[in-house]
Structures are given as structure tokens and as C-alpha cells.
Design a binder for this molecule. Sequence first.
Ligand code: ZN
Length: 419
Amino acid sequence: MSGDLSTKNDSGIPSGCGPLLPLGNANTKPMRQQIFEHVRAAGRATRTDVIRTLGISAGSATALTADLINAGLLREVDSVPRETGRGRPAVALEVIPETNFVIGIKLSDEAHSAVLTDFAGDAVATASLQTPAHPKSLDEILTEVGALMQDVLAAAQKNPNNIAAVGIGMSGIVDHQAGTVPWSPLLATRNSDFAAKFEARFSVPLHLDNDANMLTLAELWFGAGRAKSDFAVVTIEQGVGMGLVIDNRLYRGARGMGLELGHTKVQLDGALCRCGQRGCLEAYLADYALAREAATALHQQANDHHSPNALLTALFTQAKAGNEAAQTIFRRAGRYLSVGLANVVQLFDPALIIISGERMQYDYLYADEVLAEMHRLTLNDGRSACTVETHAWGDLVWARGATALALSAVTDQAVAAIS
Ligand SMILES: [Zn+2]
């Protein structure tokens, strides 16, 4: 290749220039599916609203909604009567909730959580299962998942045949496309063939992803992210995770690695991370990193008598009681969080960063000084600073995100099946 800017190749044939793919924000889903998703997002929508929002003709709207009604996905209901109007209320469309049910599961080191959701996205029942906190074989994890699914089915008074798909979120490196888990702190073995083993055992399709993506989907489908096209979610608990929404879609990267904010390097030759490398952000900020320091500060052995969670709780109590060593550990972790957040702002310029996770109660990490330091580390000249929100949500929210993953796949199939 020549080093100039010619658009001709060596044989003189024009090779073209400019983007070859349509713009990323063009919605390429079939119009029938766009209508269904609009109605589900609105909760209830009239045909006039569908026509106006999606910019289609009245004829198309009538024909395509008729398809969705005949397929048993949508139904007509009386909308709220107009306050000033006379006569019949306008007819609206809504999703038939009982058409499909899905289960979303968040796997965690000490407790798994599940939510059973209907086709409209409403939670029907929840369940959780305490588990011993040590890495397990895939068989052991699947046995726990089976018990959890039984519990949530019983709570919802459903049976396994009612479930169209299951979504699972777990920490670690998860290959969403392949349904495999190259590495997870929850599993004793590497390269687990998770989805295949799950489907062979439970005879229901599984959609697997890392837990930061699950939480990001929860925000996109059910939370503050619904009205934002571009935002980031940063989580701190067993590790430091991140999810990113670009143009209303979860960004997964080219190889399904996800965005491993926790393993971006903040120190050359720094602290040893559980990934085996050194200087990762996570090695200064995650539970296990704080627990490691807590054991020293509290003069305790970081052994199996104290789970990382118990050590962290003790550390926080000490910090609140005025123990300077304990306070220093949290403050230093908070400064590293500032560095991580500032790097996210510089790389992605999101409209909003949501910080979420189980450890939200450790308010040292979310203090004003942390955000002030983040702003100091960011080039903000002449522009308003990125908004940061903290959401103290429990494991069930992550599980809800897993239902979004399953619902989205079930929706694709249900609408595509209409001939
Ligand atoms: Zn690492």
C-alpha cells in the first residue's frame, strides 16, 4: 500500500472511501419489533402514538399491530378517557404479560438472587439462596442454580415449562456470545462451558453475561438509564466492573470481553491483582483489596475465619469510630476510585456515570471529596462536569438486569416467528 491518501489501490481500481456501514444509531430492527418495543417501553400506547413516534403510516401501523395482536403478543385495552372528551375512550395497546416468562439470576459469592419476570417486564416473584463462599465446580453452581430456580418458580406459582429463557449474570470474564466463562472468582475451574451444561441440565435457553453488563441493562431497562442514550455504570464489590451504553445499546466490545475498568493499570509494577497482573485499579479498590489491608489494620489474620465481607464491615465500623488507619484505607481507595472515574470521563465523555454495587454503604468511597478529586483529574474547561449518581441497590436489581437479557432474546424470537 502506498502511504498517500489515494482512494485507488495498486491496480488503479477505486477502493472507495467513507463509512461502509449504516450509522450506528439507525434502528435496524424490523418495524413490527420497533412497535412492540415502543408499546412495552410506554406501558400502554395508542396507535396514534405509535404512528407519531415511529413515523409510519396509519395503514402500516394498523397492519403491523394486527400481526402482533394475532400472534398473542399485544392486546387492545381501553385507554384512560380524555378528561374533556365525550364518547368512548381511545383504544390503546399493551403487552400481554402472560405470553412469556423469564428468570434472571445474579450469582454471587455468598448469596444468589433470582427474579421471575413477565413479558411486560414486571417482576412476579423473587428468591435468594445463601451459599458457602468458596470457588465451586460448575456442577455445584448448577445445582445451586437449580434450587434457586425451583424457589422462584414456587413463589410465582409457575412450573419450568412456563419459562422461555433464563439470564444469568456473574463476575469474571464471561463470553456472552459463546456462553462460556473463561474465568470467574465463583468457579474453581477455568474455561467453563456454562451455557451448554446449563441447557443440557435444565432444557431452557440460557443467556449469560458478566454482572456489570447485567447491572447496566437494569439501568437501561428499568432505571435512570432509560432516558439516556449514552451512559456508564461503574460497580465496586467483588471486583471493579463497568458497563457502557452507546446509542441506547449495551456496548460489548469486539471480542465480548466487556469493559474491564478494574484491570486498567493505575500503577506500574503496583499491587498484585487477583488476575495475576500488577497495578490494576481493582487491586486498590475491590473488596478483596480492602479486606487484605483491613486484616493488617485490625491486627487480624485474613484467613477463613473472616470472610472479606465480615472484615470490611469491621473496618468500616472502626473507621466510623475514629480509627485513623481504617479511615486512611477507605480514603486511599476513594482516591483510586477518583482516578478510575476520571479515566472513564476522559475516554467516553458520558452524559451520566452511575456508581452502583453492594458496597454503597461505605460512604467514604462516595464522599464529596471523591467526586471533587475526579473533577480535578478531568479536563473540564468551559464545560459542565459529568453527572455522577450513586445507586444503593441490592442483588435483586442485578437479577432484574439478567431478566432484561433474557426478555430481549425472547422478544427477538417471538416477533421474528410471526410470518
Ligand atoms: Zn487485574
